[in-house]
Design a protein around this ligand. Sequence first.
Ligand SMILES: NC(=O)c1ccc[n+]([C@@H]2O[C@H](COP(=O)([O-])OP(=O)(O)OC[C@H]3O[C@@H](n4cnc5c(N)ncnc54)[C@H](OP(=O)(O)O)[C@@H]3O)[C@@H](O)[C@H]2O)c1
Length: 260
Amino acid sequence: MSERTMVLITGAANGIGRATALELARRGARLGLVDIDAAGLESVADELKRLGVPSASRVVDVTERERLREAVAGIEAELAPVDVLVACAGYGTLTLVPELEIDNLKRTFDVNLFGVAESIEAVLPGMLARGRGHLVGVASMAGYRGFPWMISYSASKAALIAYLEALRPGLAKRGISVTTVCPGFVRTAMSTNVPYKHKVKMIEPEEAARHLARAVLRRPRNCVFPFSMRMSLAVLRLMPDRVFDWAMRQAGPRALFVDF
Ligand SMILES: NC(=O)c1ccc[n+]([C@@H]2O[C@H](COP(=O)([O-])OP(=O)(O)OC[C@H]3O[C@@H](n4cnc5c(N)ncnc54)[C@H](OP(=O)(O)O)[C@@H]3O)[C@@H](O)[C@H]2O)c1
């Protein structure tokens, strides 16, 4: 990665976004950081300063169009035009039958789909004008099949996966690559809040960050990690609906303290 590469990361204050910022910094990138968590963002910015890495950060909600666009413009003016967007900001809670909550569904879509779309639209005009760029969206395995304990989250990530896929061919013609990232279980606040009955094998955010950094370098269409998750995803995607429903009825109550 060249020292001139400018990467904008949303959700950069915690978890995968934070670890990715630090990993990319070690590989020589300049970094724009966006998050709603002011204290977390300040702590990443301090760490980047200690490493001597040029960075600019803004506390902003990715769902707030005007504020986000101002923030991105400010970061670009301070540092450089965005070469790569890593849209990592995400929101996820348990949602179960029968307690469906439309407000929760809307909030989840706001962050996980519209927040990514807003982030993309904030950087896309510049990328189109320069005829190059890379958009990286962080989705989830829960977007490939509907997980009955995270109904809202699954629906939002499914929409995100389709959105990113649909953007890909048209943007490729204009020099812009699109990568859909699908992490396995990563030890962050989001995953450790899930009431699992048994210990779930999780990778550390630093390992996830190494995969993301490789994806920024290589620009694959899809980036699924770790390897075991690639296998699980292949099986899940091919599983007939009847078998999937049965597996969920078995796996859900066995894996979680909640039922549906
Ligand atoms: N962890 C996993 O196992 C896993 C697996 C698959 C996919 N993912 C995806 O990976 C991405 C990162 O998740 P993570 O596990 O690193 O979660 P995390 O530790 O909770 O980090 C997410 C960050 O995004 C911020 N954020 C949330 N809503 C935002 C908004 N509207 N505007 C700006 N920033 C916002 C959060 O701030 P607050 O902390 O203040 O809310 C937090 O700093 C998410 O898209 C998630 O869906 C995670």
